[in-house]
Write a protein that binds this ligand. Structure first.
Ligand SMILES: Cc1cc2nc3c(=O)[nH]c(=O)nc-3n(C[C@H](O)[C@H](O)[C@H](O)COP(=O)(O)O)c2cc1C
Length: 427
C-alpha cells in the first residue's frame, strides 16, 4: 500500500483525525502531533504552504501491522523473513511525477522544538548507490540551512561509507509506503538493499528518475553531496533530550519531483512514530539471537525505554541457565540495548505492570542480575559517557527460579473469574 492509499484507508475507517484549521509549520503542527501522539493526523490547511501534512502515520505497531496487511503478533516473524530473503524488483516507471522549483521554502517543513537548530525534515529517506554494494536506503534528518541546502546528520554507517567511496548524488524520498518506511530503518549488512527487503514485505513500485532508482513516494528530491560541512543541531532526538551541534555534510537540492496533489510526511522527533520505527526492526534481531541459545517466544522494545534502550524478552524456560543466556544473547541482538528483562511465557510483555510483577516476585539480584560495566552504549543515551559512549548494561532474569515449584509463582485466580458475566450484577 503506498503512502496515500494508507492515508485514504484510515480516513475510510474513521481512524484519521482531519484538522481543517489553518496551522503553522513553526511549533503549532508539532504541538498538535505531540498532544495527539499515536493518532494519524491530516493537516489540510497549512499556513505557509498549500501542501497538506500527514503526521503520526506509522506511530503504533497496530498501524504498521494494518499497513502491511498482517496480524500484529506476526510482526517479528514477518520482518525476520523479509530481512533474510530480500526480493529483487523491476523498475516499472508507472508512477507519474512532475518537476517543481527546487525551493524548500515552498514545502511544509516543520520546526518542532524551541531548541532545534532550525526547520527539520525528519521523515525523509536517502537512497544512494554504490558500484559494488548496490542501493542503500536509510533515514537522515536534514536541517534546512538555505532555500536549497540542508545539513544532514550522517552516522558512520552505510551512507557515510558510500559517500567516502565517491557517491556524489542521492535521491531523497518523502512520504513513503510502510514497507519502505520500516525497511529503511533496518541495519542490513552492507550490500543488502533495504529496498529489496521492502519489496519482500509488500510488492513495491519503483521508478528511475535522473538515473536514481527510487521507491514510490509522494516527493523525490535529487541532491548533490557537497564537499562542505555545516553546524547541524541542536536537535531533539528519540530520547526527547537534545542532541548536540556537530559539523555535518551539506546537500544541495538540485531538483524536486512531486506526485499530483502531494502530501508531506511529518515525523515528530521523540514521538511514537520515531520510536516505533527505531524499535521495531530490533525486535527480530534480538529474537533471532535469543533463539540461538534457548526458546524465544516474544520480544518487546518498550516505548518507555525510548523504544531503543530497554527490551523485555519472553522465553520458554527449559534449563536453569536459559534466562542468563538470554540476557547475553539479547545484548548481542541489539548493540545499543542498555537494560533487558527476561520473563516467562505467562507474563504479558505488553503490560508493564505484569513485567514489573515478574521482577517483584521472581527476581533476586544476588542470583539473577547481570551487570556489565564499561560497555559501548548508545550515542542517544545522555547518561552515557559523551566522548566514548561508555555505559553500564543491566540484565534482569525475572523467570521462575529453577528448583522451585511453578505453583509457588503463579498468579492465582478466583474460581469462575474468567467466565463471570459482571454486567448481570451491575444494575
Ligand atoms: C526516524 C528515523 C530517523 C533516523 N535518523 C537518522 C539520522 O539522522 N542519521 C543517521 O545516520 N541515521 C538515522 N537513523 C538510523 C538509520 O536510518 C538506520 O540506522 C539505518 O538502518 C542505517 O542504515 P544502514 O544500515 O544502511 O547504514 C534514523 C532512523 C529512523 C527510524
Amino acid at each position: 500500500m503506498n503512502f496515500r492509499e494508507f492515508v485514504k484507508k484510515l480516513e475510510k475507517e474513521g481512524k484519521l483525525v482531519k484538522i481543517k484549521d489553518k496551522v503553522s509549520v513553526k511549533y503549532e503542527i508539532a504541538s498538535i502531533m505531540k498532544k495527539l501522539d499515536g493518532k494519524p493526523l491530516l493537516f489540510e490547511n497549512v499556513k505557509e504552504c498549500n501542501i497538506p501534512v500527514v503526521a503520526n502515520l506509522y506511530s503504533t505497531i497496530d498501524l504498521f501491522a494494518e499497513s502491511l496487511n498482517i496480524d500484529k503478533k506476526d510482526m517479528i516473524k514477518t520482518l525476520a523473513a523479509a530481512t533474510s530473503k530480500p526480493k529483487k524488483f523491476k523498475i516499472s516507471n508507472k508512477v507519474k511525477y512532475k518537476e517543481v522549483a527546487a525551493d524548500l521554502t515552498k514545502l511544509p517543513i516543520l520546526t518542532h522544538y524551541g531548541v532545534d537548530g532550525g526547520p527539520y525534515m525528519s521523515s525523509v529517506i536517502v537512497v544512494a548507490k554504490d558500484k559494488e554494494y548496490g542501493i542503500n536506503s536509510s533515514y537522515h534528518r536534514m536541517m534546512v540551512i538555505g532555500k536549497n541546502k540542508v545539513a544532514v546528520r550522517i552516522l558512520p554507517r552505510h551512507l557515510n561509507e558510500f559517500i567516502k567511496r565517491g557517491c556524489k548524488e542521492v535521491a531523497i524520498c518523502v512520504g513513503n509506503s510502510s514497507q519502505v518506511a520500516i525497511a529503511s530503518a533496518i541495519s542490513a549488512d552492507i550490500g543488502v538493499s533495504e529496498l529489496e527487503i521492502a519489496n519482500a514485505l509488500l510488492p513495491t513500485e519503483f521508478n528511475e528518475i535522473d538515473g536514481h532508482v527510487v521507491p514510490e513516494s509522494e516527493m523525490i528530491m535529487i541532491a548533490k553531496v557537497l564537499d562542505e560541512q555545516h553546524d547541524e543541531g541542536p536537535f531533539i532526538d528519540l530520547t526527547e533530550t537534545y542532541d548536540i551541534v556537530r559539523k555535518q555534510p551539506v546537500f544541495e537540492i538540485k531538483k524536486i519531483y512531486i506526485k499530483t496533489d502531494p502530501m508531506y510526511h511529518a515525523l515528530l522527533p521523540g514521538g511514537l512514530e520515531h520510536k516505533t520505527l527505531m524499535g521495531l526492526p530490533r525486535e527480530p534481531t534480538i529474537f533471532n539471537e535469543v533463539n540461538k541459545v534457548c526458546k524465544c517466544k516474544n520480544v518487546l522494545i518498550t516505548p518507555g525505554g525510548c523504544s531503543w534502550l530497554h527490551a523485555v524478552v519472553q522465553i520458554e524456560k527449559k534449563k536453569s541457565d536459559d534466562g542468563m543466556k538470554a540476557i547475553e544473547a539479547a545484548f548481542n541482538g541489539h548493540k545499543s540495548l542498555k537494560h533487558v528483562v527476561i520473563v516467562d511465557e505467562d507474563i504479558n510483555i505488553y503490560d508493564i505492570n505484569d513485567v514489573e510483577w515478574a521482577i517483584a516476585t521472581r527476581f533476586q539480584a544476588s542470583r539473577s542480575l547481570v551487570l556489565k560495566e564499561k560497555q559501548t552504549g548508545s550515542s542517544l543515551d545522555p547518561s552515557s559517557n559523551p566522548d566514548t559512549r561508555e555505559t553500564t548494561k543491566v540484565g534482569i532474569d525475572a523467570t521462575i527460579p529453577s528448583g522451585h515449584s511453578k505453583e509457588d509463582f503463579k498468579k492465582n485466580k478466583v474460581p469462575g473469574e474468567d467466565k463471570v458475566n459482571v454486567k448481570k450484577y451491575i444494575k
